[in-house]
Design a protein around this ligand. Structure first.
Ligand SMILES: [Zn+2]
Length: 467
């Protein structure tokens, strides 16, 4: 009997939301907006999705960008607490915009086991979304707006129509909560790991004081942090919290809206940030549920300060340790550079040396110890291929094992759309093979033991040839 009573008590006090974040994570694919799968989608892609929203949502044009693109305001629910979420104020920070499209699909669903949560959100909150606040920047996949103004430094001067729209919407709602949704650099680290998500309850003054508004935001940040630990332990940090008097997050906190900054970061080899998009979906719905149920109020605000902060050292893509070449032993770090086409739709990536020397205190996504290995420069294959297809048909693994990393292809190659299955360099004319390790350079390296090639590095990508 006693056992039964305990069971009943546990069942009663365990909120419906106890496992919400895990359920959302497991069933995410049901709600994923599959028309978006990479970062360089365009304003018209988002507008097309917004046009399809059903009668659960109210849609209006909040205003227009400098170049005349519509900036939409989407509203859902009819509860007393006003929640404003805005994404992609920086045009090249698109992860959360995709997650908002996934959240719309989730909000529009029913009879899927989430109706209780959805009803609670709808009756307690009114959600206001501005997806893609900077469509002109998104069009070119650049941070700033048409006039090269950083909208996030325009909260006071209000010279950008995009910033004016955000201010006007916030003021008209007197929003109770604000979610400021950004992306941070892939090389941002926390505790030696990728900072896949960083969070912040922005300061509203130089002193970084805590008032009721910011205190509530801090509690919710800690709530989100705890939930994310299930999925990405050690990969969540606090974003730098210096007061920036010109930024929106800091000012919106100051204007009385409990504000939470979410920064989507890097994750393993997921360059299009689809995994972090999924985490945005989970964390945002969980946070909305927590606001609706007031569960965040039970969080001890002091625990906000225990969250690790983003580190200053950047996370390299690849670190090679103890590389013995040119008569020196050096560690070599590679970072990734993206070059996009003029339509800002496609890109190719190169890996360039970003640091050299004793790098034992540095951190990286991938690490390789070259101790005891002979290092040679990658070689140009003497036979010329007519087409990329011909090259693809060759046994590239066998050629890499012979130390050939660079190939000449006669047909013009569109670097932006050509994908080769293995890391090799393609040239159209006789290239100058790089035979030195220099900052910014991009040499191909071959690692041998007993005359057998164990691994190659091409374009900053490590490819193991261990069998
Ligand atoms: Zn940003």
């Amino acid at each position: 009997m006693r056992f039964l009573i305990i069971l009943l008590i546990v069942a009663y006090i365990t909120p419906v939301s106890a496992q919400l974040h895990q359920q959302l994570y497991e069933r995410y694919d049901t709600y994923k907006e599959t028309s978006l799968s990479d970062r360089r989608f365009k304003p018209e892609d988002i507008q097309a999705l917004l046009r399809q929203l059903d009668s659960n949502f109210a849609k209006k044009e909040a205003g227009r960008s400098v170049e005349g693109r519509p900036i939409s305001l989407i509203t859902y629910g009819n509860g007393p607490a006003q929640v404003l979420l805005w994404s992609q104020m920086h045009g090249d920070e698109p992860t959360a915009t995709q997650a908002l499209m996934d959240i719309f699909k989730w909000l529009a669903s029913s009879n899927d086991g989430f109706d209780v949560v959805r009803d609670k959100i709808r009756k307690s909150l009114t959600l206001h979304f501005i997806p893609m606040l900077n469509p002109d920047g998104a069009m070119r996949f650049t941070r700033r707006n048409h006039h090269d103004i950083d909208i996030n430094r325009d909260a006071l001067r209000l010279q950008t129509p995009e910033g004016k729209i955000l201010k006007q919407v916030r003021d008209s709602l007197k929003a109770d909560w604000g979610f400021n949704l950004h992306d941070q650099q892939r090389n941002t680290s926390v505790a030696g790991n990728a900072a896949s998500v960083s969070l912040l309850a922005p300061a509203f003054n130089e002193n970084r004081d805590v008032n009721k508004t910011r205190g509530d935001a801090m509690k919710l940040v800690r709530y989100i942090y705890d939930q994310l630990q299930v999925f990405i332990p050690g990969q969540v940090g606090i974003y730098p919290d210096d007061f920036e008097p010109r930024a929106f997050g800091d000012n919106i906190q100051k204007w009385g809206t409990r504000t939470i900054l979410v920064e989507s970061g890097g994750f393993e080899q997921d360059f299009e940030r689809q995994q972090v998009r999924k985490l945005n979906f989970v964390l945002l719905i969980s946070a909305l549920e927590s606001i609706a149920s007031s569960s965040y109020k039970r969080v001890d605000v002091k625990k906000y300060h225990e969250i690790p902060h983003n580190e200053n050292r950047r996370l390299h893509e690849l670190m090679l340790f103890n590389v013995s070449v040119e008569g020196l032993i050096r560690d070599v770090a590679f970072d990734r550079r993206e070059t996009q086409n003029t339509a800002a739709r496609h890109y190719y990536a190169t890996g360039n040396i970003s640091d050299l020397g004793d790098l034992r205190t540095s951190v990286a996504y991938n690490r390789f110890d070259a101790s005891g290995l002979v290092v040679e420069w990658g070689k140009l294959y003497p036979t010329i291929f007519e087409t990329v297809n011909d090259l693809q048909k060759a046994d590239l693994t066998a050629l890499l094992k012979l130390g050939f990393t660079d190939f000449i292809v006669v047909e013009p190659v569109d670097k932006f759309s050509t994908v080769i299955s293995l890391p090799v360099n393609i040239h159209s004319t006789m290239p100058a093979i790089i035979k030195t390790l220099r900052l910014g350079s991009n040499p191909s390296l071959v690692f041998k033991k007993d005359e057998v090639v164990k691994a190659v590095v091409v374009n900053g990508q490590l490819f193991s040839l261990n069998n």
